[in-house]
Design a protein around this ligand. Structure first.
Ligand SMILES: C[S@@+](CC[C@H](N)C(=O)[O-])C[C@H]1O[C@@H](n2cnc3c(N)ncnc32)[C@H](O)[C@@H]1O
Length: 279
């Protein structure tokens, strides 16, 4: 078994959310968070050669950086990794995202199985949870029907949940080859019909659909909204977004507003916001 490395980036708490937003771009697999006195630590696990380079991590942490620590994980790393991936329970257990080694929750309406892989999205990140809650809220209003596109699909978690909630057909796209591979495999393992394609949202026109879900950062969402306003990208009937910090909410809301999308429901989780909009 290849050795496992734990790479920990410690930063000052006041800069933590910004550092996390940068790390999420760099580390699609997600990070472990630990808070201590005067610092927040984000840890990444992976075999040597599959982890981000130290200069990139330093750049991501910027002024907030306190220290970067590299530790080799002993033989029980697989268990530690598993401990980190608890099932994610949404809306009191109605929707559950779990790794395959956990039993399905009794009584859950939507059961999504996603094992930690090389793509972002085991359901545990606050922004993924925001999107899942907002998709569930649309489904409760009888709106989970017709085509849905998941922009920045990562592990495919949102696309798979959407397919199970009733949207059909469902498509996902991501610029990371690993995400495309992992999302397609996860969709198949869940018996969900999700078409996954590789596409760069900064350079190409993403697939159009009456409902779009996009868990992306504000620096990606705002240009997409501007391209909608300019008529380059079709304005969806409904759009669920997260990945934006509370401090970025007004700017993101205004840019989608200019494109003709108005916020119907907004939610918060920690420093993150989620928006459900309609045109
Ligand atoms: C925050 S993750 C969301 C993953 C998953 N949808 C979830 O909610 O857990 C953002 C995803 O967008 C993808 N992404 C980032 N920039 C992109 C770009 N320019 N074009 C396409 N996908 C991009 C990343 O690879 C990553 O998988």
């Amino acid at each position: 078994m290849a050795p496992m490395i734990r790479l920990a980036v410690r930063c000052r708490p006041e800069q933590a959310e910004m550092v996390l937003a940068e790390l999420v771009e760099l580390v699609p697999g997600g990070v472990e968070e630990e808070r201590g006195a005067g610092y927040v630590e984000y840890a990444i696990y992976g075999p040597p050669g599959e982890l981000p380079e130290l200069p990139d991590l330093r750049a991501a942490a910027g002024e907030g950086l306190v220290e970067i620590e590299t530790t080799e994980i002993p033989d029980d790393w697989a268990d530690r990794w598993r401990d980190f991936h608890e099932p994610v329970v949404i809306a009191g257990g109605r929707l559950v995202v779990r790794p395959s080694w956990e039993e399905a929750e009794a009584g859950s309406e939507v059961d999504v199985v996603v094992d930690p892989g090389r793509a972002f999205g085991t359901g545990g990140h606050a922004t993924t949870r925001c999107c899942l809650e907002l998709l569930l809220a649309l489904a409760d209003r009888g709106l989970a029907a017709g085509p849905l596109a998941d922009w920045g699909t990562g592990s495919g978690v949102l696309a798979i949940a959407a397919a199970k909630l009733g949207w059909d057909p469902v498509g996902g796209c991501d610029h990371e080859p690993a995400a495309v591979e992992v999302a397609a495999a996860n969709a198949a393992a869940n018996g969900a019909a999700v078409a996954v394609e590789r596409l760069n949202l900064r350079e190409q026109v993403p697939p159009a659909a009456p409902t779009v879900v996009a868990n992306l950062t504000a620096p990606l969402l705002v240009p997409l909204a501007e391209r909608m306003e300019a008529g380059e990208i079709a304005v969806p009937g409904r759009m669920v977004v997260s990945g934006l910090l509370l401090s970025e909410r007004d700017r993101v809301t205004a840019s989608f507003g200019a494109a003709g999308l108005a916020v119907e429901e907004g939610i918060e989780s920690g420093d993150w916001a989620g928006l459900s909009m309609r045109s």
